[in-house]
Design a protein around this ligand. Structure first.
Ligand code: ATP
Length: 425
């Protein structure tokens, strides 16, 4: 039931407790002000007397280590104080990572690569945010890698991305997503093309581990890696692959003892596997809600948000000018492959896509690769377009794009399974 709190109310939080709230109603707005004491939102400190605004979809917890008084006004669907939080365990994990970082600093070695794993909706992205915030607050500059192609915390879903974290996440907007390294995958689950997923993860790990060496501070700070919530069968194999690719020093397992035991058995003994509880505040999302939040991220990519609106452009591209490809050809038995090639290689093959009405609403990734002879899988991407119309008579498509100009002459576009219905009037 929704709680109308338009007059506002003060909440007094004891040490080690948190105020949790959710906003589900459209156009609802909640204002939060820290009046006294110290408080943080997923690791970012609140500034006293500053008003923070949250809108629909917000599911947050304001935690305090010392105790505080917060003023909250607006319409919320859920709002309560909880004294049961795993924050002390989380800060202990941060302290352990700091030990690794100090060690790395002294020996001029790479800092820890840490994988955050667990089933869906256990707070993996939130734990990444907390650990990254704590790291920057003590002067570190870690990398944040997001391998969760189902949601896309850095880029949009269907891609694997890494950013350098230089300052704490904004309370309202999360981490600044400037200059990310993004590799195209094109599916919303690794099962869409397992071979390609592992290849993209390997490439991302190789490039980012190397990039650590370019800056002394980042080198000792290490990488925090967010992973997919698919932890059974092939999903588990993908986690093991990621742990190897990133040369993980530690794996933090949220909530699932079975996964923890499997990892203890399967990773080398020098990798620290730690089981952590999930927070009771983490909100479970239905399939529909996951779909919605994926769409919301894509919408934000094109249209921004209420605080920073963007105004995308639409332009026509003739079929003949559309250099559209897809990664992964249909499987063939090994016996039908050219000599020296395996059926697996087909899964990483770049194949041309013919324009048909089936392209409608699909997201197309604009690659920095100039031709299919380049390493398309391992080339950063420039951005995304969305097909808003396919006109078979005019032999053209309309593309929605953040860029005003038509596509660069040699633009290479990659087909993605992701779709976005542009009904932003
Ligand atoms: P996925 O399986 O999609 O990758 P996840 O395991 O990464 O999910 P999160 O995205 O971290 O889970 O958390 C799910 C939702 O719960 C988010 O909207 C987050 O803001 C919210 N959440 C996390 N921790 C808390 C908390 N302590 N109190 C209230 N809400 C929370």
């Amino acid at each position: 039931m929704s709680e109308d709190n338009s007059q506002g109310r003060e909440y007094t939080l004891e040490a080690d407790s948190e105020l949790r709230f959710e906003i589900e109603q459209k156009n609802a707005k909640v204002l939060v002000t820290l009046l006294t004491g110290f408080a943080e939102l997923f690791g970012t400190e609140l500034v006293k007397k500053k008003k923070y605004e949250f809108g629909v979809g917000a599911k947050v917890a304001i935690f305090t280590y010392q105790g505080c008084v917060i003023h909250v006004s607006g319409q919320m669907d859920v709002c309560y104080i909880s004294k049961e939080t795993p924050m002390v365990q989380y800060i202990n994990c941060h302290a352990a990572l700091e030990q690794f970082r100090l060690e790395a600093e002294q020996r001029d070695k790479r800092g820890p690569s840490v994988l955050i794993v667990g089933p869906m909706d256990v707070g993996k992205s939130t734990l990444c945010r907390i650990l990254l915030n704590y790291a920057v607050r003590v002067g570190r500059r870690p990398l944040y890698a997001d391998l969760d192609v189902g949601q896309g915390a850095i880029s949009v879903a269907g891609n694997v991305a890494t950013i350098l974290i230089e300052r704490p996440a904004s309370i309202e907007d999360g981490f600044a997503k400037t200059a990310p390294l993004v590799y195209h995958f094109g599916h919303k689950s690794p099962s869409g093309n397992s071979v390609l997923y592992n290849a993209v993860v390997s490439k991302m790990a190789e490039v980012t581990l190397q990039s650590l060496d370019a800056n002394k501070r980042t080198k000792s700070s290490g990488i925090i890696v967010n992973t997919c919530g698919w932890v059974k069968g092939s999903g588990y194999e993908h986690l093991l692959h990621a742990a190897r690719a990133y040369r993980a020093r530690a794996i933090f397992v949220l909530d699932q003892e079975r996964l923890y035991n499997d990892l203890l058995r399967d990773v080398p003994a020098n990798v620290h596997v730690v089981l952590l509880p999930k927070s009771g505040g983490v909100v479970e999302r239905s399939k529909g809600l996951r779909h919605e939040s994926r769409e919301q991220r894509i919408k934000e990519y094109f249209y921004g948000n209420a605080r920073t609106p963007f105004y995308p452009f639409s332009f026509e591209v003739k079929f003949q000018d559309l250099r559209l490809y897809k990664i992964g050809a249909p499987p063939l038995p090994d016996s039908c492959m050219p000599i020296g090639m395996k059926a697996e290689d087909n899964k990483k093959k770049v194949v041309a896509v013919t324009a048909t009405p089936a392209l409608l609403h699909h997201i197309l990734t604009l690659s920095f690769a100039e031709s299919t002879d380049d390493d398309v899988i391992g080339t950063n991407i420039a951005g995304f377009c969305c097909v808003t119309e396919v006109d078979m008579e005019r032999q053209s498509v309309m593309l929605l794009s953040p860029q005003p100009r038509p596509l660069p002459p040699n633009a290479l576009l990659l087909w993605s399974e992701l779709q976005f219905m542009d009904n932003h009037a």
